[in-house]
Design a protein around this ligand. Structure first.
Ligand code: ATP
Ligand code: MG
Length: 303
């Protein structure tokens, strides 16, 4: 797969934003479906869902998370943002900090950036690899251009995701595919509108200078890590409203695949519920009786 040619960031799938019964309603349906299925997922507690979001800056990761998850019980969802790794994180193997945030059964975790940065930003800036203090033996094998590192990491990531999926964690990977021109416009509006200034840093424009290198790194990621057990979904990101509809749809679809249901109470459990009810009711009538006796005694004492 090759970016930017193979996928159209501007696509809106034939929908128009103002199309009355269209876009908004679709998003609301997706959100409602998600809320319902998330509640069942939590009750069934056999499977977890790991949603991975990767994109260029300003593609709308944060807004997508905010909108798509707006109807879901916050107790069932955790969002983890991954930034430049700390000294402690760098002292560990590169999957360590991500593995620690994998969702429990019944939970949804959203990774805002993920271990894919290890084959994206680190590939675009290979000097970052030096901070990771990989054994020299490997570096020598990999040769000057570190080509082997990325292939090895693709294999490791595929294995990691297969391990997760075999053990009940469904991995849903979303690439928000933004065009270079849409990024330019969004950066400009972050500069021009004071209330958006905080979202903008000089680093954003510096990284934009590596646009082609990122497109190439993303192409390698899509070609090498889209697997049967953890496929990538490439979502057009030039229209935010459309990005959100598709993201909600993809995540809802993953939950539909799991099809979680509320656990049914078996006969035995029914019997024990019944016994518990008798006990609680008996306590109540005993309580009434003993408080009546106490009242009578007090009356006799003349108090
Ligand atoms: P925002 O929408 O707020 O800008 P963001 O995800 O871009 O959110 P930033 O703090 O702007 O957050 O940037 C995080 C930075 O951390 C990115 O530039 C990203 O490339 C970098 N980063 C993430 N993971 C790694 C990693 N494993 N190694 C090196 N850099 C990383
Ligand atoms: Mg940023």
């Amino acid at each position: 797969m090759r970016l930017p040619g193979d996928f159209n960031p501007g696509s809106t799938g034939g929908y128009s934003r103002d199309d009355a019964g269209g876009a908004q309603q679709l998003l609301q349906q997706g959100i409602a479906l998600l809320a319902d299925f998330q509640a069942r997922l939590a009750a069934q507690a056999t499977d977890g869902v790991l949603v991975i979001l990767q994109a260029m800056d300003a593609a709308g990761k944060d807004g997508t998370i905010r909108h798509v998850m707006s109807g879901v019980n916050p107790q069932g969802v955790a969002v983890h943002g991954f930034k430049v790794p700390s000294a402690e994180e760098l002292a560990h193997d590169y999957l360590w900090r991500y593995a620690a945030a994998v969702p429990a059964r019944g939970q949804i975790a959203i990774f805002n950036r993920s271990y894919y940065e290890e084959v994206l930003v680190v590939r675009v800036h290979p000097e970052l690899l030096a901070n990771q203090r990989l054994p020299g033996r490997r570096a020598a094998e990999d040769g000057q251009n570190h080509l082997g590192v990325w292939e090895r990491r693709f294999r490791e990531i595929n294995n990691f995701e297969r391990y997760l999926s075999d053990n009940g964690v469904h991995v849903v990977k979303l690439f928000l595919n933004l065009s270079k021109d849409a990024q330019r416009k969004r950066f400009l509006s972050r500069i021009e509108e004071p209330e958006k200034n905080w979202k903008f840093t000089g680093a954003d424009v510096r990284e934009r200078g590596y646009w082609d290198a990122y497109q190439s790194a993303f192409s390698h990621v899509l070609s090498n890590t889209s697997t049967k057990w953890a496929p990538w979904y490439v979502i057009p990101a030039d229209s935010k409203w459309f990005t959100r509809i598709v993201a909600a749809g993809v995540i809802a679809n993953a939950l539909l695949d799991i099809d979680p249901s509320y656990p049914t109470v078996e006969q035995e459990a029914h019997a024990s519920l019944k016994a518990a009810r008798h006990q609680l009711e008996a306590e109540d009538s005993m309580g009434k009786r003993s408080s009546k006796t106490a009242a009578r005694k007090a009356h006799l004492r003349g108090s």
